[in-house]
Structure formats: structure tokens, C-alpha cells
Design a protein around this ligand. Sequence first.
Ligand code: BGC
Length: 259
Amino acid sequence: MLSISLHGQRSIVTGGSSGIGAATAKALAAAGASVLLTYRSSAEEAEAVAKEGREAGATVHTLQVDIAKPDDCVRLFEEADRLLGGVDILVANAGVQKDGAFTDLSLKDWNKVIEVNLTGQFLCAQEAVRRFRRQGGTDASTALGKIIFNSSVHQAIPWASHANYATAKGGLKLLMQSMAQELSCEKIRVNAIAPGAIKTDINKEAWQDEEAERQLLKLIPYGRVGRPEDVAQAIVWLASDAADYVVGTTLFVDGGMML
Ligand code: BGC
């Protein structure tokens, strides 16, 4: 286990009730950060994650939001002010998949994926930057604020029958880089994490039976499917001052899938 302290830092994790978001909320709490985790519909799951975080001694709250709605993003940061006293770290994690062969892809599914995975990330990040500026720095971190986008290996690897998803992630990469270029002079650190195949609900059919997992492993030189904690630990590091000179970078956590 990585020993990094985020004591005194306040974090938001969107999509924190399951998968990588849940592991990240727990890892941030274990590192000493306070956490506000958001969920779309699963209040019970979110509360279970929060409970684990509290057992690690951290302040953890949950909030229902739809990150694709501008008003919800504003409300999220108002709640972070009220419950945590502000925010130092945004992990913009919430994301969905709506897969389909190219000519079968409905406009609805195209829009949904762009709306959550790209526009939602943009809205949250925009609000985070406004808040970082308004609240000023603290002694807990060198940076004024940190934003970590949860991207994907598919920001770089084309993905047949997932055109909406790959398009959103490709866009997210340039959103992250453009923001980092524009904002790092204010000591706002913007980076992305790019998971490969991680065992979560989003890609269950790719690993839930032996044959599917065997096929998947052909794409992963390291020889195992990832765990949410693999990504969460990397996010904790990226959020910490140990990564203070890491700006505008995508950290691939993929067991070598990019290779
Ligand atoms: C997707 C997963 C997929 C992985 C590797 C992720 O971004 O959400 O469904 O298994 O990329 O292809």
C-alpha cells in the first residue's frame, strides 16, 4: 500500500458509488482526505462506500447529482463548501458506456455518452476551477487545486462498436491538455488517468466468464485484468504533492494494454 498523506485536503469524486469511483473515494479517505462522493441513482451503494471511508477515520459525504446538468454541478460545489469547507481535489470520474455497431448507434446513445463522459466532465471541471480561484490556496498542498479526469486507453486506441465512447475519451484528452496549458500558471494541476480493462460493472461481459477473460488477457501483456484499486492508488498519487510537477499528463494504468 502506498503511503501518501492527503490530510487536510478536501475531495470530490463523481460517480463514487461503484467501480473505480468507489475505490478512489475509499483510497482518498484512507489517505486522510475528506470526501464528497456523488452518485446518480444508487444511494445505498454510495452510503456503503461512505461508511467504509468513515471507518478509515475520514469525513465522507454522499450527494445525488447528474453531472451533465450545469445546476447540479454548481450545487455539488456548494455542498462541498458546506460539508467540507471547500475543495482541493476533483476526481471527475463519472462515465457510461452505450455500445453499438456504428450504423445501429442511436442519436440518443451517442448524445448520452458525450453528455456524461465529456460535457459532464467539462461542467464539473469548470466549476472546480472557479471554486479554486475563489477559495485561494491552503497549507495542505502546493497546488491551488488538482483535477484528475478519468479517461481511458480509448482516448488513444480506436474502439470499433464504441464510437461514442472513444470519441468522448479522445475529446477528454484534449480538454485535459488544453485546461492544463491554460491553468497551470495559476497552480491548478490538471491530469488524466487512463485505465485499461478493470474489473467493474461497466465491462462485466468482457471478463465474467472464463473464455471472455482469456480473450481479454490476449490484450494485456501484464497477464491480469486490472482491479479498481490499481487505478485508485494511482489517482491518490496524482492528487498528492508527490506528483506536484506532473501537469497535463495522462497516466495509463492498463497492464500494458497500450503496448
Ligand atoms: C472501458 C472498458 C474496457 C477498457 C479496455 C475502458 O475505458 O470502459 O469497458 O474494458 O476500456 O478496453
